[in-house]
Each structure stands twice: as structure tokens, then as C-alpha cells.
Write a protein that binds this ligand. Structure first.
Ligand SMILES: [Zn+2]
Length: 115
């Protein structure tokens, strides 16, 4: 089954949030927490990225590329970059995968591949 990561859309003003927020940043007036979950789009482009070394043991890899990706709907999310040579502006497509393995938990996140 294909997993999704969800953004939260304010029912009052339509502002999208990711990750979840208690108060809408658009209308600041969502006291009833009325948000519709909407799956994040898969396609986007790399805005910026960094290479991370010396990761904790629960990561499977020695070096990780992390990028901020602007998705088709304008949301910006932090994700793992799977390609060897990321470039700013590169078109990418995300898959939802386990991004960190630890004994007691599995964390799903978006991993981006060159589109
Ligand atoms: Zn709102």
C-alpha cells in the first residue's frame, strides 16, 4: 500500500500547514482545529540542501543529504535526498519511506529521487 504524508488544510481559509499546527497561520482563528488532511504532492524541486556526516548509529548510511524541497503546491518540506549529486533547482519526486531505523520506532518521511 502506498503511504502518504499529510498536510493540513484549514477549513476556514484553505491555508496549508505541514507539519500540523494547532492554530492556523492563515486566518489565526481556527480555534476548533478544523483541518482537512490532504496528501502531500510528490513532485517538487530542490531549494537548498546539505550533506550530513557523523550520523547517529540508527541511521543506515554514513552520509546523508537533506534538502528543503518546494512541492507543487508551494509547501516546503525537509526530506532526504537519494541522488548522489543534488543540485539546487533539480526536479525531484518523493517516495514515502522509513528514513530512520531504530529498535522501537519506524519513522516515515519523504525521500526524494531525481525526477
Ligand atoms: Zn485558516
Amino acid at each position: 500500500m502506498q503511504r502518504d504524508i499529510y498536510a493540513y488544510k484549514c477549513k476556514k481559509c484553505g491555508h496549508l500547514h505541514y507539519p500540523y499546527r494547532m492554530v492556523c497561520r492563515g486566518c489565526k482563528d481556527n480555534e476548533h482545529n478544523e483541518f482537512d488532511p490532504v496528501p502531500l504532492p510528490r513532485k517538487g524541486k530542490i531549494l537548498t540542501f546539505t550533506r550530513v556526516h557523523n550520523l547517529p548509529a540508527e541511521f543506515d548510511v554514513a552520509v546523508l543529504s537533506l534538502g528543503i524541497v518546494e512541492l507543487e503546491n508551494g509547501l516546503r518540506i525537509l526530506g532526504q535526498l537519494a541522488m548522489e549529486q543534488p543540485k539546487i533547482g533539480m526536479a525531484v519526486e518523493g517516495k514515502v519511506e522509513i528514513v530512520r531505523r531504530a529498535e522501537y520506532e519506524k519513522n516515515y518521511g519523504m525521500v526524494f529521487y531525481e525526477a
